[in-house]
Design a protein around this ligand. Structure first.
Ligand SMILES: NC(=O)C1=CN([C@@H]2O[C@H](COP(=O)(O)OP(=O)(O)OC[C@H]3O[C@@H](n4cnc5c(N)ncnc54)[C@H](OP(=O)(O)O)[C@@H]3O)[C@@H](O)[C@H]2O)C=CC1
Ligand SMILES: Nc1c(N[C@@H]2O[C@H](COP(=O)(O)O)[C@@H](O)[C@H]2O)[nH]c(=O)[nH]c1=O
Length: 358
């Protein structure tokens, strides 16, 4: 399977599940606080995708409110896009238009037009985005686009905002249309009130797997003996999410780190070439008590994916595990929503409490 970006679907709906009404005016569903949040989420992704109809209906600019502006992406079957639309004229960023081969050939727009196959193949679009260095893609809709991404099983995370009113118009676009959607319940990772709307953050697929396994890894730290350094838990899984080994700080010796303890149980296991290592704390990059850091152990074991919750604060050393792993081409996923569990397990350390401000 070809690589694709992490896909974050984002939508605001009415109580009865509509994305918009039937008027020509764009319907504001989000509260001011939520529009601010959406602007910040845009600043944290590499690219943002909307369907051609949303460009025609809303004339969005798709700019961030903090951080760099993301690359703008759209897909079209007809090629009917106005070169004067805000999508093309705002933001000093690359604009990508994916179209079927027959349309891409003749399309002239102030953007990079990409042939996406005949008919357009959404998997090919995502593989191309990954090749262009897009690791995190925000998909803002509309209805046809959300339906396509969900029914193709291409969503890792959904950020759904519910506005406190009804639309009630049969012709208005729903969040998604009919289709064959992935089965099973998504994992509710967060709820948040923003003014008079509520944000529901769901994880699916790999996102849900990572969240669940990392929480289990963090809970393993409860086994650590009393310590004057970090209390960490780690789990190594294979490509099918089967647990290969677990470890925690101080497991067999007071100097053991969690990742080191887990990896010591696996030797040169060939399954490590497709494994994921979960560690509640970012893997260490230098050590006083042992010659090899956990980052070095992970690199030497050939593990391609690392998932952690809490960036190592510079209490003892200048931590660079994430940077070193990424520089070596390893995928590093940070899930800061679970960092509170790790801070709680380490509240014996100076300046650390469950709250992020400490
Ligand atoms: N509340 C919210 O969060 C949001 C609301 N919206 C609302 O959603 C509505 C738009 O939704 P909708 O009408 O469903 O349109 P979309 O924005 O989902 O765009 C649909 C268009 O995308 C292109 N497309 C989709 N799938 C394919 C495919 N497989 N191959 C080729 N092209 C494809 C087609 O473009 P073409 O026609 O050019 O061939 C199609 O008409 C608007 O009213 C907008 O305001 C939009 C985003 C967010
Ligand atoms: N109406 C609506 C959304 N609409 C989305 O925002 C896009 C326009 O953003 P901008 O470029 O900043 O003008 C629009 O095209 C659509 O994708 N989003 C939301 O979070 N909440 C809302 O209520």
């Amino acid at each position: 399977m070809s690589k694709r970006p992490y896909v974050l679907a984002s939508a605001a709906t009415s109580l009865d599940g509509y994305l918009d009404d039937t008027s020509d005016e764009r319907l504001l569903l989000s509260s001011p606080e939520d529009f601010e949040r959406v602007g910040q989420v845009r600043g944290g992704v590499d690219a943002i995708l909307v369907g051609a109809n949303t460009i025609r209906a809303d004339n969005p600019r798709l700019l961030s409110r903090s951080g760099p502006n993301p690359v703008k992406v759209t897909i079209t079957g007809s090629g009917k896009l106005d070169p004067e639309a805000g999508f093309f004229t705002t933001g000093d960023v690359e604009k990508l238009v994916y179209a079927p081969s027959s349309v891409a050939r003749r399309l002239e727009l102030p953007a990079t037009v990409v042939d996406a196959g005949e008919p357009l193949d959404i998997h090919r679009v995502l593989a191309d985005l990954a090749e262009r260095g897009i690791q995190r893609l925000m998909v803002e809709g509309g209805s046809a686009i959300h339906t396509l991404f969900f029914t193709e099983g291409l969503v890792d995370e959904l950020q759904l905002v519910i506005a406190p009113f009804f639309v009630g118009e049969a012709g208005a676009p729903r969040f998604v249309g009919p289709g064959s959607f992935p089965q099973g319940r998504m994992l509710l990772a967060e709820t948040r009130q923003l003014g008079d709307v509520v944000l529901l953050r769901y994880l699916t697929g790999q996102g849900a797997t990572d969240f669940t396994r990392l929480r289990e890894a963090a809970e393993l730290a409860e086994n650590c003996p009393p310590s004057t350094t970090f209390r960490v838990g780690s789990i190594v899984t294979d490509s099918r999410n089967t647990v290969l080994a677990t470890g925690f700080s101080g497991e067999t010796d007071p100097h053991d780190h969690a990742e080191e303890a887990a990896l010591a149980k696996l030797g040169n296991d060939p399954r490590l070439a497709e494994a994921t290592i979960y560690s509640s704390l970012e893997p260490c990059s230098s050590r006083a008590s042992r010659p090899l850091s956990c980052t070095r152990h992970i690199l030497d074991a050939g593990i391609p994916r690392v998932v952690f919750a809490w960036r190592e604060p510079n209490l003892f050393v200048d931590a660079q595990g994430t940077e070193l792993l990424r520089a070596a081409g390893r995928e590093v996923v940070e899930i800061p929503e679970l960092a509170y569990l790790v801070r709680r397990a380490n509240s014996h350390l100076p300046g650390v409490s469950e709250e992020p401000t400490a």
